[in-house]
Design a protein around this ligand. Structure first.
Ligand code: PLP
Length: 310
């Protein structure tokens, strides 16, 4: 592993965690770091989280660590303690500062791999896998896309909504590294003139996007706003962005709920958004051939809810 950093490679910083460096050690992400036998590379057998750091503050760090632990339980991948992840992220942020500047926004990706088959990296189970943090400045393209209306296509994810309970080996609800299917769905959408995807179950429930959660909204007769999201039991990832929006919305007096959402309910929704930690909020203006109303003021309210969080 290269410990030296290429001075020109200011655009990303890596931090590895292992038993000798439980608080992390900087590496150059532009140099090879992973053994080809690492199960993350061989089988996509690992879990991850992507967080947003604004001015050096990681948003919803605790919620992301909790979801990483949930993914670890589902996949039975051992994890270093939370204090290691926090220290490693701090080390990465400091590395940017030392080198002359912390970007205003960084995508902070934390990854835990099962490691190399039959060769635990340490006798201590908490460090037996391969663990690293990657901090990358958020591109202006991503920043500019926030709040912009998008077109989505509905795509069948191929499982019915009872699959998570019936077939736990599918790891539905864990944020695993196996995103090849999610990326293929996004390519399919692009090839058919859409910006993004909403997955459906084979029994006609609406789930989530390949990298985002779905929110439905409508104004009630008394001028209130009601937000709804599909329930996590259907085998989707509980979104930390969605949860933050709902918490702030409730404080603002809005109503929120989660439950099964049918395709018919989706088409009847007044407003729709996709939400995620780095892209934040995207209003849906079209689902296949069906136009959806977009309300810039409501979208801005959702964005405000997220910035209040700090
Ligand atoms: N659903 C899936 C499948 C995702 O990959 C993501 C984020 O990457 C989300 C939902 C949104 O989660 P969060 O708001 O915590 O970023």
């Amino acid at each position: 592993m290269a410990e030296r950093f290429d001075e020109d490679a200011l655009h990303a910083v890596g931090v590895r965690i292992d038993a000798e460096h439980p608080e992390g050690i900087i590496f150059d992400p532009h140099q090879p770091q992973l053994r080809v036998t690492d199960l993350s590379a061989v089988r996509g057998d690992g879990i991850f989280e992507t967080m947003l750091a604004v001015e050096g503050h990681v948003r919803k760090f605790t919620a992301h660590l909790q979801r990483l632990q949930r993914s670890a339980q589902i996949t039975e991948i051992p994890l270093p303690p939370d204090s290691s992840w926090r220290a490693a992220v701090d080390l990465g942020l400091d590395e940017f500062r030392t080198r002359g500047g912390l970007p205003d926004e960084l995508a902070v990706r934390i990854t835990a791999s099962r490691g190399v088959d039959g060769e635990p990296a340490s006798d201590d189970p908490a460090f037996s896998g391969t663990y690293w943090v990657l901090l990358t400045p958020v591109s202006s393209k991503v920043k500019d896309s926030r709040g912009r209306p998008i077109s989505v296509t509905l795509l069948d994810r191929g499982y019915d909504s009872t699959a998570p309970q019936r077939a736990p080996w599918l790891l539905l609800g864990a944020k695993t590294l196996s995103y090849a299917v999610n990326m293929a769905a996004l390519r399919w959408a692009a090839a058919h003139g859409h910006d993004d995807v909403v997955f459906t179950s084979s029994d006609d429930l609406v789930l989530e996007g390949p990298v985002s959660s779905l929110l439905l909204g409508h104004r009630t007769a008394d001028g209130q706003v009601h937000l709804k999201t599909p329930s996590a039991e259907a085998g989707i990832l509980p979104g930390t962005t969605q949860a933050t929006i709902f918490r702030a919305a409730e404080q603002a007096g809005w109503q929120t709920s989660s439950g099964p959402v049918t395709v018919a309910e989706l088409h009847a929704a007044e407003f729709l958004w996709l939400t995620g930690s780095v892209k934040l909020v995207s209003p849906i203006a079209r689902i296949d051939d069906h136009e959806v109303r977009v309300d810039a003021e409501l979208t801005n309210s959702l964005l405000d809810f997220l910035s209040q969080e700090g």
